[in-house]
Write a protein of this length. Structure first.
Length: 375
């Protein structure tokens, strides 16, 4: 078989306000019907598409599900399409569910991301090697300029998914990358996109950046490491005003990055060693418990609108000073219980969590704890 080069695209469905698809995937027969309509649309735009194998994933996704390192949805689509002998189905193949299950796990949409205003149906063209470069260039030009889906295709989509559409148009993968970049820049998350782009397009190359608030970020070896809010606060000058407010903002940013990186399939860790992490939380250890000091205790730092932003483990030390052993950050509110259990087990502390009602800083302006447990 002659080698083929995959060219990736999507059929982007922009939903009318308040609309949500009644389902996220199509049956095998439905996917085949849609693929025939899509092939008709693309052939009208680019007749040379007929020389490539069009494959369609019969499910709708959010951008975070498609834009992940290795592009697993498209990679799976390409792998499945290459298994189908050429000459079948007029060089158009489609994959839908059978008895409610898609043929491979990456083609299963996650309902957790189903509420966005745009749904994306993945497409791939397996182009002959001698055609791929020219076809790729034509796709980039034609789709962005004339990529509106045909009326029959749009009508089929609205009937099959039970939705009203504002637009249905074809986009290349590069178009989708550019669109998502603009969206993240618009909400002050350009540094996040810088890391995501590196992970997807140049995964072998490390990338460093700073968040909008100045937290250090580094991508390398398939992971992102982020400066912890406590370490970031320690690096700020002592004259920094409203340090408690600044710390709460840093935790808010950590939560944003953790949620979005997880959605894009990139694990997040905190900088430094040793580190602890679990579903929905991150932690950093600073010291081991000293048997000469008081029993370790857990203290909850709280901020308006954010709830518990950090949990500190500390021991009462000499001169009524607290020795801090660790900080943990519940990046998801539901993870607070797991954080408390982990810290209590790790440091031999009581699982009683002392709520301080505020963010506690020590005399140096660092994240700290009271010298004695609160009651």
């Amino acid at each position: 078989m002659n080698p083929t080069i995959p060219l990736h695209a999507v059929l982007a469905l922009e939903l009318s306000p308040g609309e949500r698809p009644q389902r996220l995937s199509l049956s095998r027969d439905e996917a085949a019907e849609l693929a025939a309509l899509v092939a008709e649309d693309l052939h009208a735009l680019l007749p040379e598409v007929a020389q490539a194998r069009l494959s369609l994933g019969g499910a709708v996704f959010d951008a975070v599900e498609l834009l992940r390192p290795g592009f697993p949805v498209w990679a799976t689509l390409d792998e499945l399409a290459r298994r189908v002998p050429r000459g079948q189905l007029e060089n158009v193949v489609a994959f839908g569910h059978h008895e409610g299950r898609m043929p491979a796990q990456p083609l299963e949409p996650d309902s957790a991301y189903a509420d966005g205003p745009m749904r994306l149906l993945p497409l791939s063209l397996l182009a002959p090697e001698d055609l791929a470069e020219a076809l790729s260039e034509r796709l980039e030009v034609e789709l962005v300029g004339r990529g509106e889906a045909g009326a029959r295709t749009a009508d089929w989509l609205m009937r099959s998914f039970g939705i009203q559409l504002q637009h249905a148009r074809y986009l290349s993968r590069n178009d989708l990358l550019a669109l998502t970049c603009v969206q993240y820049e618009h909400v002050n998350l350009a540094p996040l996109w810088q890391l995501l782009e590196a992970a997807m397009l140049t995964p072998y190359q490390p990338e460093t950046t700073l968040s909008a608030r100045g937290l250090a970020l580094r991508y390398a070896d398939g992971k992102v490491r982020m400066q912890s809010p406590a370490r970031w606060l320690a690096a700020q000058g002592s004259e920094t005003p409203k340090r408690e407010h600044a710390f709460a903002g840093a935790v808010f940013e950590l939560r944003q990055y953790a949620a979005l990186l997880e959605a894009h399939g990139l694990p997040l860790q905190l900088e430094g060693e040793p580190l602890l992490a679990g579903p929905g939380w991150l932690a950093e250890t600073l010291a081991e418990a000293d048997p000469a000091y008081g029993a370790p205790a857990l203290f909850a730092h709280e901020a308006a609108g954010l709830g518990v932003v950090a949990v500190t483990v500390a021991q009462a030390g000499p001169a009524r000073r607290a020795q801090v052993l660790a900080h943990a950050y519940p990046v998801q509110p539901t993870a607070l219980g797991a954080v408390v259990t982990m810290l209590a087990d790790r440091f031999g502390a009581s699982s009683d969590l002392h709520a301080m009602g505020r963010i506690q800083l020590d005399e140096q302006g660092l994240l700290g704890a009271p010298a004695a447990a609160l009651h």
